[in-house]
Design a protein around this ligand. Structure first.
Ligand SMILES: Cc1ncc(COP(=O)(O)O)c(C=O)c1O
Length: 387
């Protein structure tokens, strides 16, 4: 038996059309599209065409909650705890709108390794009284946990941090951050975009207050669906000011005046859901649930280790943790002319990306063969030598 055929997860390879012709190592950015999305989109169009406005009652209204539950099941969230939104930035805004930054507890602690959109959002909250404290990385790969923990104090309201850092794939010690935050009465918003679907996430074991992400990367769900988990006890009492008719106890009564909040998950939603995106997300979520994140993680650790070994053979800089327990699904590798090298790989139909301060990012997923890693790294070698 060859190494390739002994890999049980390759059974799902045929579900992803792009893998037939492309070396797809960019699931940290956009997961490959499952072929089931064609049927999902046809089903969406048929429903709209044949059922018209009745589609709301028959299928569309509850879709946001149903897809939320499918996402929630992957993170050990109970049914009803996950609402769906357009993206992570919106999820952060919904969370922010549940809190008051005009009093003494107005500090927001985060790190410069957060995804920039999240950073831009929180920096802008200074206008509403938020006192933003940014903890800076020392090595460009990790976040100094002790300094982050020290910054979380009795005046801290929120700690929006990434579970897995997008630039380096460093896995933060979420448990330690959450424990410290809870000791001083602060709340943690964990961005699980780069973990869920690749690195196990258990919101109950973590006792995290909020978790958010999107489905388009490791969950192979396409753009347009972000998710927000709210811990059930908080979900019952928080009142998001970024709200709308979907969050009303009786949306269809079109009551005048202030909102009367319904229960989660709709309590955290606002206006009309992104129905086509929710439909497109389902085939990927189903496959990830079938494959199982534990198995994905096991394979990912091996394949990312292989990428690091190949980078070491060439003497390139590895900007991701070497300890597999601290490393998510991506390996960032820097070499001379890395941006041009990336461009050349794209021309050869080897899909990776390049980011400043990271280098070429390679992200094998459960559907990638070991051979594809060798092919990609061989191409990097050739491209780097020809400069
Ligand atoms: C950790 C992380 N958070 C957030 C985002 C994106 O945020 P949004 O969904 O608001 O576009 C990304 C990447 O696209 C990311 O890697």
């Amino acid at each position: 038996m060859t190494r390739e055929t002994s890999d049980e997860l390759l059974r799902w390879r045929a579900e992803f059309p792009i893998l037939e012709r492309t070396t797809y190592l960019i699931s940290n950015s956009l997961g490959a599209m499952p072929r089931g999305v064609y049927d999902a989109m046809k089903g969406y169009a048929d429903t709209w065409a044949t059922r018209g406005v009745r589609a709301w009652e028959e299928r569309w209204w509850m879709l946001a909650a149903e897809v939320g539950n499918e996402i929630g099941a992957l993170m050990h969230a109970p049914p009803g705890a996950v609402s769906t939104h357009q993206n992570v930035t919106t999820c952060q805004a919904v969370v922010a709108s549940c809190f008051d930054f005009s009093g003494k507890r107005n500090k927001v602690v985060y790190s410069d390794m957060n995804f920039p959109s999240v950073m831009y959002f929180w920096e802008a909250q200074r206008a509403y009284g938020a006192r933003v404290h940014m903890v800076r990385t020392e090595d460009g790969i990790t976040v100094p946990t002790e300094r982050l923990l020290d910054a979380i104090d009795e005046t801290t309201q929120l700690v929006p941090v990434s579970h897995v850092i997008f630039r380096s794939s460093y896995i933060q010690d979420a448990k330690a951050i959450i424990e410290k935050a809870h000791r001083v009465g602060a709340h943690v918003v964990l961005d699980t975009f780069q973990s869920l679907g690749n690195v196990p996430v258990d919101v109950e074991a973590l006792d995290v207050d909020f978790a958010c992400g999107g489905v388009l990367k490791w969950l192979c769900g396409g753009p347009g669906v972000g998710y927000l988990y709210v811990r059930p006890d908080l979900g019952k009492r928080l009142e998001p000011k970024l709200t709308g008719w979907f969050a009303h106890q009786n949306s269809m009564a079109f009551e005048i005046g202030p909102i009367r909040y319904t229960d989660p998950p709709f309590r955290f939603m606002n206006g009309t859901s992104n129905i086509p995106a929710l439909e497109a997300a389902r085939p990927g979520l189903k496959i990830i649930a079938e494959v199982g994140v534990e198995r994905i993680r096991e394979k990912s650790k091996k394949q990312t280790a292989r990428l690091i070994a190949l980078a070491d053979e060439h003497g390139w800089t590895v900007n991701s943790p070497r300890d597999p327990e601290q490393r998510g699904g991506t390996v960032s590798i820097d070499m001379p002319h890395a941006e041009e090298v990336c461009r050349e790989l794209l021309q050869r139909d080897i899909l990776v990306d390049w980011r400043p301060k990271a280098g070429v990012r390679m992200s094998p997923h459960f559907y990638n063969t070991d051979e594809e890693l060798e092919v990609a790294m061989g191409a990097v070698g050739e491209a780097a030598c020809s400069r």
